[in-house]
Design a protein around this ligand. Structure first.
Ligand code: PLP
Length: 415
């Protein structure tokens, strides 16, 4: 009888193996992506995938929860301890539903929410018009200062005073600078708004002490678990005790049925890894690598939004190079460097072919690369830009990328 995936479904087995090889052979710079440990992959593929656990530990609707209850409690306790939160809900299926839950826990449909606009680095779920969050709430969007690329708290405060939102959302998907959660909290307090901080991208930096924490200043903090935090695809919501019951009820039964217990077990594993000294080193190294890469890119004449970075990501405005974002991303991929094209503040190009490129250092840092390699990657990016239509040169760069990847194999464990 066929048992393993390889025997049972060789077609899918082959494709997964192909993806493994692809990820190992290239330099992955998409700032929302990473490599998880073998332990996290094992938990994700474990027996808890077979279990229905609607409800919360100690109050489930089906029998047989002795293991599931313990696993979910461990995940919650580890999350609370790591982030210093009163309460943690580890059930949101992903970042987007976690955000919707946070808003519905604090406001009613029709209320006003205020978040960072997508073209300026915000996430779809921060009230952008195509997202459900931009449809069921009255959505007001703030931007970054188009001259500096930085969040401008005077503009944000003016907007908040004018629109009196029920919720202010801070956090970003393409913002290369520290986020001043305390400043957001002051504005929220001033206008009587709740503050939701979405740290999907930077959760690993926050956990590792490489970015200030929003937890003391926020009503609810949401995060994905699969970006810098280096866990399985999933999400969490952290909050103050006063919102705990409402938040839990909004997630289940409000928005979801059964939690993905296999994912929750893997979140627990990732949170265990994130509590180690090695993780702190990793978090700090991500930022060092991004700064080194940004500095080199500037030297090569790239225009960086905000002039640089103090987190894990870099947003390149390619307009001075006269290369459309998608063309640059495709040429880089051809040379074995994975990135994504991205809108830049004030972009007049269409979102499907924007003027910018978004890159980041979490995945190369997980591979053990340091500043020297980050600068080397910057040089390779510059060479691609200078030879954007030259297949032979792109081929040569790809060989150099492979050599670098061979020097830094993807580790199976980080502790
Ligand atoms: C990635 C991201 C999300 C959404 O996560 P999904 O798991 O893709 O739904 C939400 N907010 C921010 C800021 C993100 O970067």
């Amino acid at each position: 009888m066929a048992a393993s995936l390889e025997q049972n479904d060789p077609e899918i087995f082959k494709l997964i193996t192909q993806e493994e090889q692809r990820q190992k052979r290239i330099i992955r710079l998409i700032p929302s992506e990473n490599y998880v440990s073998k332990a996290v992959r094992e938990a994700t593929g474990g027996w808890l995938t077979n279990k229905y656990s609607e409800g919360y530990p100690g109050k489930r609707y089906y029998e047989g929860q002795d293991v599931a209850d313990v696993v979910e409690n461990i995940a919650r306790e580890r999350a609370k301890k790591l982030f210093g939160a009163d309460h943690a809900n580890v059930q949101p299926h992903s970042g987007s539903p976690a955000n919707l839950a946070a808003y519905l826990a604090l406001a009613e449909p029709g209320d006003t929410i205020m978040g960072l606009a997508l073209p300026d680095g915000g996430h779809l779920t921060h009230g952008w018009k195509v997202s459900i969050t931009g449809k069921i709430f009255k959505s007001v969007q703030y931007g970054v200062n188009p001259q500096t690329g930085f969040l401008d708290f005077n503009l944000i405060e003016d907007l908040a005073k004018k629109h009196k939102p029920k919720i202010i959302i801070c956090g970003a998907t393409a913002y290369p600078r520290q986020i001043d959660f305390e400043a957001f909290a002051a504005i929220a307090k001033n206008v009587g708004a709740f503050l939701v901080s979405d740290i999907a991208h930077i959760a690993g930096l926050v956990a590792g002490g490489a970015h200030k924490s929003p937890v003391p200043f926020s009503d609810i903090v949401t995060t994905t678990t699969h970006k810098t935090l280096r866990g399985p695809r999933g999400a969490m919501a952290l909050c103050k005790e006063q919102h705990a019951q409402k938040l839990d009820k909004t997630i289940f039964p409000g928005l979801q049925g059964g939690p993905h217990m296999h994912t929750i077990s893997a979140i627990a594993v990732a949170l265990g890894e994130a509590a180690t000294p090695a993780f702190k080193e990793y978090a700090k190294q991500i930022v060092k690598n991004a700064k080194a890469m940004a500095e080199k890119l500037s030297e090569y004449g790239f225009n960086l939004v905000s002039g640089g970075t103090d987190n894990h990501l870099i947003l390149i405005d390619l307009r001075n190079k006269n290369i459309p974002g998608r063309k640059m991303a495709k040429a880089l991929m051809r040379a074995g460097i994975e990135s994504n094209c991205n809108s830049v503040p004030g972009d007049t190009a269409p979102p499907f072919n924007p003027s910018g490129l978004r890159i980041g250092t979490p995945a190369i840092t997980t591979r053990g690369m340091k500043e020297e390699q980050a600068m080397r990657v910057a040089a390779l990016i510059s060479r691609v830009a200078d030879n954007i239509d030259n297949e032979d040169v792109l081929d040569k760069i790809k060989q150099q990328v492979e050599a670098l990847c061979n020097q830094f194999p993807v580790p199976d464990s980080f502790i």
